[in-house]
Design a protein. Structure first.
Length: 211
């Protein structure tokens, strides 16, 4: 029998590591309450651990920091490293996009506006890094938030159309030959949002005697 570990019994170091792991995996900022629920730990203890992590990253001069933004916590590169990151990204502007970037861009193009979680659901992997690359190359842009989940939504840009040689999104080729998984997802989402239709046709009233 597999031994079950009680997450709530983690010591301080283990709790810090678990929080780091969850935040690295997350596609959206995670509130302290959500972290506490996932780790079965008191919210006050999680909040204290988060504060300790913030101080630790600053004191050890890490290249990243832990920020509270968008109602939750997430990692971000430190502002002083922006020149290095910008130079690296700009140097790669003329390079070809990776297969992962092309696939992610295709998902956004066909399903826009799309959130990170929705894109990840289609691709089956975390897309944070690829999304940042596409944002840096001005191929996609943030376009508000989902009214239900609050997740950031992404759409393609005019520069995307220019690079693809398209006049509008209507010029995109049919979706099915390229992204069958996305087509399936769209059908499932549509079915989930449609009210259940009656199995009885309005033109032919149900007669229990003929059942």
């Amino acid at each position: 029998m597999t031994e079950q570990i009680e997450v709530a019994e983690l010591d301080d170091d283990a709790l810090s590591g678990a929080i780091e792991a969850l935040l690295l995996m997350a596609t959206e900022p995670m509130p302290a309450v959500e972290l506490a629920q996932a780790l079965k730990a008191p919210v006050t203890r999680v909040e204290a651990t988060l504060a300790n992590l913030v101080r630790f990253y600053i004191e050890t001069k890490r290249g990243f920091e832990l920020r509270h933004a968008g109602g939750g916590w997430r990692y971000a590169t430190r502002p002083e490293h922006a020149p290095v990151i910008s130079a690296y990204v700009l140097e790669g502007q003329h390079g070809r996009l990776s297969q992962a970037a092309l696939e992610t861009l295709a998902v956004i193009a066909y399903l826009q506006p799309a959130s990170r979680s929705r894109i990840s659901a289609v691709r089956g992997v975390n897309v944070d890094g690829v999304v940042r690359t596409l944002l840096a190359r001005d191929l996609i842009t943030e376009t508000g938030r989902d009214p239900i989940s609050g997740a950031v939504l992404f759409t393609t840009t005019p520069y995307f159309l220019e690079r693809m040689g398209l006049t509008s999104l209507d010029d995109l080729p049919p979706l099915a030959p390229h992204l069958p998984d996305a087509t399936t997802l769209e059908a499932e989402l549509l079915a989930a949002t449609q009210p259940m239709s009656s199995s009885i046709s309005p033109e032919e009233p149900h007669d229990p005697d003929n059942a």
